[in-house]
Ligand binder design. Structure first.
Ligand code: F6R
Length: 608
């Protein structure tokens, strides 16, 4: 995710900002930049690519002199990675410079508003809107202008702001995106993350939503949106740098599991406006949607498992037949494809070699390609006819969690959107699905609050030799993901089976003490699943049951149960996956595995 550092003090700001940004490099980014007040005006330097490019450009920082400045590493969201789209973004006269983490959801309407009033834009970013609005509302009082701007923007933001007219003051404000203030002697800092400033100060204040801080070299003042001063208790940080990078978690995977409510919210909410799904990102028209006779989904690994869930959902909602393929198989199997086929490509990295080759094959055969991608400007995104980005932010742990959840969220958006265009759901169903979709982030949060139950179960079973995951329909799709997650990070042998298929062979492996994870979230299949649970229990299996809160009768059938909140059946995978991720994580952690970098695996598989 993007990184922010800001400095005001007596030393040269540029080297401090570059050093702070270096400490945030682990989070992933595609461009970097700084803005400095040089005694006369704001000077901006920014470059696409590694921070080293910017550093070399500025000769380590010595080329840009000044004792106040802001710096940023950008992970592209609105607009491709490029010099122009990098932050800081400036206002039309260059008076204001802004760095921003988060997403301004209504940036397009604000941009159009300003353009109608003659404001010229240079970038594709949502952030430039903030810089331009600041100048537009500025009448000599920066604090006042910031308050006006935040009353207009919707979405999430952490903002660092400097203004030529007030060269000794650094401003910052946040909403739903982290920002801290670092307190030094004769110098003060802002940062999106503690590691950026940990070698400068260990005393910090955390900003709450809509608190605005004004920093000078001698102190800080925090205001609310009524311009009233707020007092803040500083906090002393005792963590070492590696713990700080992980936000206090032991592993990136744990951090990323916990980030899922926000990641899913960030992915869904900008695309639902006034109770309707608005996919500004794509050019597919309802008429074109009506022409599709078949949908193919291609992806690898966990992204493929999202595809398996998406098949059920798309077929149920759109009544269009859907085939799901592992990309490495699809590319060599002569799929029957023409221009009446939509190919849905799913990839976190956007660079997976097999998925990219499958996309090219689909296009060669005349299909229209819609992709779901996390990395903006990646090869898969660039080569697709349309792309819907997941707003998960960079995923560092090799085992995917938040990318999976956001891909699934986009699959729901696409299915509901297409179904409405096709008239295969009623207006009432459309509203109901959207309402349920909007509740998912809170429900995921609720599951995460009970994570110690899964931790307890993992503590009793982390020595298991084989673990089977079983389920039917959507629960079978989830079983596949649960099993993959477990084996890739804990090295325990595990397999997923359609529960009804067990008795056709695999049940011979079940013996006294074999651990079986039984997913039974789908209401219409609950009784059938209980029959399968009885089959494995009769052979001595120990069963963890996973179901929705209302199915309390499961307690008579299984040894341990974990409940997820109720939602409509098709959205239960978004909830069921969370305990499965937690289970894999805790088992691997108790076994002492290298969770973030499991053996033999790479984050992005760019070879066939
Ligand atoms: C498993 C995992 C992998 C990826 C797969 C596809 O936890 O992360 O199975 O899902 O390698 O990667 P992307 O989504 O980058 O195409």
């Amino acid at each position: 995710m993007c990184g922010i550092v800001g400095y005001v003090g007596e030393e040269q700001a540029t080297p401090i900002l570059l050093e702070g940004l270096e400490k945030l490099e682990y989070r992933g980014y595609d461009s970097a930049g700084v803005a400095i007040y040089d005694g006369k005006k704001l000077e901006v330097a920014k470059a696409k690519g590694r921070l080293k490019i910017l550093k070399d450009m500025l000769h380590g920082g010595s080329d840009l002199k000044g004792t106040i400045g802001i710096g940023h590493t950008r992970w592209a969201t609105h607009g491709k990675p490029s010099d122009i789209n990098s932050h800081p973004q400036t206002s039309v006269s260059g008076k204001f410079a802004v760095v921003h983490n988060g997403i301004i959801e209504n940036y397009l309407s604000l941009k159009q508003y300003l353009m109608r009033r003659g404001v010229a834009f240079v970038s594709e970013t949502d952030t430039e809107v903030v810089a331009q609005l600041l100048e537009y509302y500025y009448k000599g009082d920066i604090l006042e202008a910031i308050i006006r701007v935040i009353s207009k923007v919707e979405g999430s933001y952490a903002l660092g702001i400097i203004c030529e007219d007030s060269p000794n003051e650094l401003y910052a404000v946040r909403k739903d995106s982290p920002l801290i203030v670092g307190l030094g002697q004769g110098e003060n800092f802002i940062a999106s993350d503690i590691p950026a400033i940990l070698n400068k100060t260990r005393d910090i204040c955390r900003l709450n939503d809509n608190e605005i801080v004004v920093l000078t070299r001698s102190g800080i003042t925090v205001y609310n949106t009524d311009k009233e001063e707020i007092s803040k208790e500083p906090e002393h940080i005792n963590w070492d740098i590696s713990a700080a990078e992980k936000g206090g978690y032991e592993h990136f995977m744990a951090k990323e599991i916990m980030e899922q409510p926000k990641a899913v919210r960030d992915t869904i909410s900008p695309r639902i406006k006034d109770g309707r799904i608005v996919l500004d990102d794509i050019t597919l028209t309802p008429e074109q949607i009506k022409e599709f006779r078949r949908i193919f989904i291609v992806a690898c690994g966990s992204a493929y498992h999202v595809g398996v869930v998406a098949k059920y959902i798309l077929e149920k909602m759109t009544h269009i037949p859907v085939e799901v393929d592992v990309a490495s198989e699809f590319r060599y199997r002569d799929p029957i494809i023409d221009e009446k086929v939509l190919v849905l490509v799913i990839s976190q990295s956007g660079e997976t070699a097999d998925t990219l080759a499958a996309l090219r094959e689909a296009k060669r055969r005349g299909a229209r390609v819609l992709s779901i991608v996390n990395v903006v400007g990646s090869s898969i995104a660039n080569e697709s006819d349309d792309v819907i980005y997941t707003w998960a932010g960079p995923e560092i742990a090799v085992a995917t969690t938040k990318a999976y959840s956001t891909q699934l969220a986009v699959a729901y958006l696409i299915a509901i959107y297409m179904a409405e265009a096709l008239g295969t759901i009623t207006p009432e169903e459309y509203q109901e699905y959207i309402q349920e979709l909007e509740t998912l982030p809170d429900k995921i949060e609720k599951i995460l609050e009970n994570k110690q139950d899964i931790q307890y179960f993992a503590s009793r079973n982390f020595n298991a030799k084989d673990i089977f995951f079983i389920g039917r329909n959507l629960d079978y799709a989830m079983s596949m993901e649960g099993s993959l997650k477990l084996k890739e990070i804990s090295y325990i042998h595990s397999d997923a089976y359609a529960a009804g298929e067990l008795k056709h062979g695999t049940i011979s492996l079940v013996e006294d003490g074999t651990l079986v994870v039984a997913l039974a979230t789908q209401q219409k299949l609950f009784d059938k699943m209980m029959s399968n649970v009885r089959e494995v229990k009769a052979r001595g299996a120990l069963v963890l049951g996973l179901t929705v809160e209302e199915n309390k009768q499961i307690e008579q059938e299984v040894d341990f149960v974990f409940y997820v909140p109720k939602t409509c059946d098709i959205m239960l995978p978004s909830l069921a996956v969370i305990p499965l991720q937690l289970f894999a994580y805790y088992v691997a952690s108790m076994k002492g595995c290298d969770i973030d970098k499991p053996r033999n695996l790479a984050k992005s598989v760019t070879v066939e």
